[in-house]
Design a protein around this ligand. Structure first.
Ligand SMILES: C[S@@+](CC[C@H](N)C(=O)[O-])C[C@H]1O[C@@H](n2cnc3c(N)ncnc32)[C@H](O)[C@@H]1O
Length: 249
């Protein structure tokens, strides 16, 4: 029997979910960076900065940015810690996103700082215990089997390695929820239609946020994957959240 999961609010097979997610990001890739700025009024930049600034990394650390898309996290890491000589790999499911990331790297003269590869978070093209830092920003929500992605994160991290996930989450203030729902369900898809000419992709974005586990549930899943020191920090009352944990030595 085919395993069922969801694509936004629609029940689909696991295979179909992965196919549709890849298709969504293929379609949105050309407008992805612009839409992020428009949808969040630039605030996603501050959240990503915050993720990167709070890190404590060793010299020559191997970093894996999963679902790294057009490279927002990877570029920040390379620019914030030039003295650490980080070895950064971006791994993403969608070739169109990776291509735009590589083009950005070329334009910024940073091609030598970051490796770009296509791959699935559920089956990473990395050796066991090879990574010091695993990051995933706004990616885990799109992965078909979150538990498999977490197991893979655990596998590729070295003992002592860190897991950091930035993701949309659940609001902690009910009053804000109504305004957020109006913005999400009325304005966002319309903006997607107007700018990216793709209402469905942005409808998926909104629905996928509602389907994603809340802070506590995700923390439990991270623990179940074997991680220790599991913690989270809400950003803007839980609109986004940074989950952190460690693969114990
Ligand atoms: C919302 S974008 C985030 C991109 C980037 N991390 C950022 O913060 O701007 C989500 C990315 O996840 C990727 N993705 C979705 N499912 C994936 C999977 N199973 N494995 C790896 N990447 C995946 C998509 O291709 C897309 O580039």
């Amino acid at each position: 029997m085919t395993q069922k999961t969801h694509f936004g609010f629609e029940a689909v097979s696991s295979f179909e979910k992965t196919r549709r997610v890849k298709d969504v990001f293929r379609r949105v890739a050309p407008n992805y960076d612009l839409m992020n700025d428009l949808m969040s009024l630039g605030i996603h930049r501050l959240w990503k900065d915050h993720l990167v600034w709070r890190l404590d990394l060793p010299k020559n650390a191997q970093v894996l940015d999963v679902a790294g898309g057009t490279g927002d996290i990877a570029f920040r890491l390379a620019k914030t810690y030039p003295h650490l000589n980080l070895r950064i790999t971006v791994c993403d499911l969608t070739p169109a996103m990776v291509e735009i990331g590589r083009d950005r790297a070329i334009n910024q003269g940073m091609l030598q700082n970051i490796d770009w590869t296509c791959g699935n978070a559920e089956n990473l093209p990395m050796a066991d215990c090879s990574v010091d830092l695993y990051t995933i920003a706004y990616g885990l929500r799109n992965v078909t089997h979150i538990d498999k992605a977490l197991a893979e994160a655990f596998r590729v991290l070295k003992p002592g390695g860190k897991f950091v996930c930035l993701e949309f989450s659940q609001l902690t203030t009910p009053l804000l929820q109504r305004a957020y729902d109006f913005y999400s369900f009325q304005l966002l898809p319309a903006l997607g239609e107007w700018v990216a000419k793709d209402r469905n992709a942005y409808q998926y974005l909104v629905e996928s946020i509602r389907q994603f586990p809340d802070q506590e549930t995700l923390a439990d899943m991270i623990k179940a994957a074997g991680f220790s020191s599991v913690d989270w920090q809400n950003l803007c009352k839980g609109i986004s959240c940074i989950h952190t944990s460690v693969k114990q030595k």
